[in-house]
Design a protein around this ligand. Sequence first.
Ligand code: SF4
Length: 1006
Amino acid sequence: MTIQLLIGAPATGKTERCLARVQAAQAGLPLQQVWVLVPDRAQAAAFRRRLAEKGGALGVHVGRFADLYKHLLSARGKALATISLPLQNRLIREAIHAADVEKKLTHFAPIVHFPGLVTAMRDVIVELKRGLVNVEKFMLAAENGTAAQQEMGIIYARYQARLDALGYADDEDVHRQAMALLEEDKNAAGEIALLVVDGFDQFTPAQYQGLKLLSRQAQETLITLPGAMEGTRAAHQRFAESIAQIRDDLSPQAEELAGDPHLPKAIEYLEANLFEQAHGEAIFLNEPMLLEARSPEAEAREALRWIKGLVVRAGIPLVRCAIFTPNAEVYHPLLRATAEEFGMPVRFTSDDPLTDSALATAILNLLKLPLENFRTRKLMNVLRSPYFNFLLSDADIDTLEMISRAAQVVEGREQWDETWEMLKRAPGTQGLWMDDTRNVPELPREGEAEEYQVMMDGVLTMLTPPAGRANYGEWIDWTETRFQQLKLADQLESEAERSVMLAFREILRALLVSEAVAGAAAVDYGEFIAELESLVRAEGYRENTRRRQPALVVGRMEEARGVRYDAVALLGLAEGSFPAVERADPFLDEKLREALGLGSRLAREQGGLFYQAVTRADRHLLMTRPYLADDGEDMEPSTFWKAAALLLDQAAEPKIDSERLLALADAGSREEVLFHAVRQKSLPRQYGFLESRWHDLQQARDALLARRNSEADSPYEGNPVSLTSQLAARFGKKYGWSASRLETYGACPFFFYVNQALGLNAQEQPQVGLNAMKLGNMMHEILELTYMQAENYAVDNLMAVLRAQAAEVFARAPEHFGFRPSALWEAEQVQYLAVLEETVRAIEEGVEWEPYRFEQRFGINGEPPLRIDLGDETILLRGLVDRIDRRADGGLRIIDYKTGGSHLSKKDLEEGLRLQLPIYALAARDALGLGEPVEGFYWHIQGAKAGSLKLARFGTDAAYDILKLHLRRILEGIRAAQFTPQAPSGGCPDYCPAAQWCWKYESRGW
Ligand code: SF4
């Protein structure tokens, strides 16, 4: 039994010596057992590859400690059934649930249903087991600890008891059992002729315990570690402890590899001087190693372009390139997206969270619909999802959505059923013109409504699970049937989507397995989905086929050890990013960690990680940092960046800003070629294959430039000159105008264009209760009926009639106006009635005026239109005057009710934003022949008062004159296709259909 410890700086040939030793051991006795232990699967693959490149060696096992333990246990007939990750999550969740049901949890009680708790507990249990902390040891240490620590102990104990009872083991238990075997059978690993332990720079307590026991039984053990035999270099601190420990405990034959590392000069200089107080001059670099980019996104782009350049120009194989980052959550999605654009296969060393995938989210949304009572917004999203085929056309879904908005179907089958009943009963409103501001959309009725009812019933029935409880197998069966009915498998297009589906099915299988081993338990659908969601949230996925093709490796900074690459890029060297800010573990605090013998979370020797990462590169190294944070604040370079920069003399430190023009030959993708060609205003001939996209981009550039002009100068910006003749014909002399259409143009010409010319309407989410338009219609109707039914206009009599009419209107309002009463509907009726009583009292205050006409139409239903002579043409107008009063001398007062809170003033008429009053006054006089208007105002129902814009004060003739001026301006503008967007003062209305995308949109503010 010999133990050899090989120590050396990175790239001094440690792995090379291991390979030679393995081959030598196999040369004479090919059947003897040789094991090579490395930290992870990526390093195992790299070691195997290097061994193969050297001619290979038969029967050499390369793997992790756990792989060797399984082999030893199996050889002694003690093989363990290990659980998959989904099954482990399931058991932890069960443990949490059981402890909660028995009221054992107080600290974690509020978050027991959050999937994050399962993941956190799994991490805690794994760390405890790796630190050789069993349940008893933990319970003892936590006895006088916090409530959280004691509850973690309860969960840990329940999880372990369940695992043991089932006869299963997790990966960490394999270690426990293997240790017991090695303790009890002193020859359990005796058949191992050579044990090589390579690629580690530190050992966890569990790994170290295994190493000690194994090395005492294996015939020969070779351990390698980076660093130096003696020495106090700050860069080596991370490994010095392991070296000292092994030398003390195992008394190995220690050897330090002499000679300089096989590194390029600059990297060798970095290795030798990093973090050293006394170092020489900065070394001159032929190629830049430090790059400052505007943001993490720019860092990812620059690093990938750098690697692509090395692959294409220097012929470096892609598999010999790697990128390491300190923050996978930030950098991995950016690297994935850019690598896709660059056409570079990438292999991430860690899985992506399943919940990051659109497919997993869509599946969860689908399955949760019945639990959320088919919330309409979510239901419509599911119907439109590209992953599910409900056999409905887009037009059908549009109509269903329109029905849901109009009938305010917020959720549930009940509301849909009520809607179908209403649509079958209620007559259509087609042909019943109210006023542009009071019209409601036309919905399918009778037989047509029945067709849509069948469609929606089919969807709801398919997605409604059976009532009651069932076992997991039955729920999984039900779920799989939905997937088949919706042809989910046929809709998966990318490899990533297929991998997500595989991971999802793996979770369903884990549930089945756990039920098979733990016994069937009846749960309701909600419990099944909660369990499923919790597992999905704790799970990751990896694209399968990409593992088999040559790919760039992307990993976390702590994985940058053991394996060597030709080109390495290290990203994120900013303050707070790397080194990361060290924070105490929220679950296992520093005091408890110390008591349990776990390593500190506050002294992780990140400098050693950086040293390891820097020395991974055999030929090319690039270090990048972002210099701007998301909020635009400067980001400081990290201490590691500064330490490296001190040693490197870079002629010009590349700083990549947003204004940089890239040489097209350096572009990493077609998109980059096009982007920079547009900025350079020329596309060289060799890029002729991009010609059509180049023209598209030119157009896009023109569109963007046009947007910056104050005047519209393209059809898309509000100047559709080619439509001039069509617009002139459509809005010609015979067109019947309403006040609100004219006012829309007055408020913003582009609003008129998209709404009136293009026929687009803003969509409102269905909501419970009355929206502003329906409330206005209801108030108008109650006032109209009150005055129509009243025998006289004495206030007391009006009040009595008002109450009676309001009660009738309220009773039929939900069906008549098409809204779903909220829980407050009763209380709202009392409020609305009080508002109406106050408004009637206030409006009747002057004795001088008598109500004369209500809801008086002109230009509609056989009533004559208003004709206004504008000189070269006569314009036709139609409308609906809410109320006309008359006084003894025949003078008329025009009243327009408003339920909204807008404060209309004289300026609104002067600027052409409000033209209703003079139009209605002229209609009363000229179209209806009712007399001479002498007054007119907007009456604010809720405020019970008239607005400040009054015709008498403005002057009726002056109002007519200004009306005509605006009518001419508006007609000319519309017919000349002048629709430049102009945000109304005070901001754009929410109901402008362009508000979602208009570049001139201005918020209404607070
Ligand atoms: S968003 Fe504003 S500026 Fe744009 S069209 Fe609508 S009202 Fe006009």
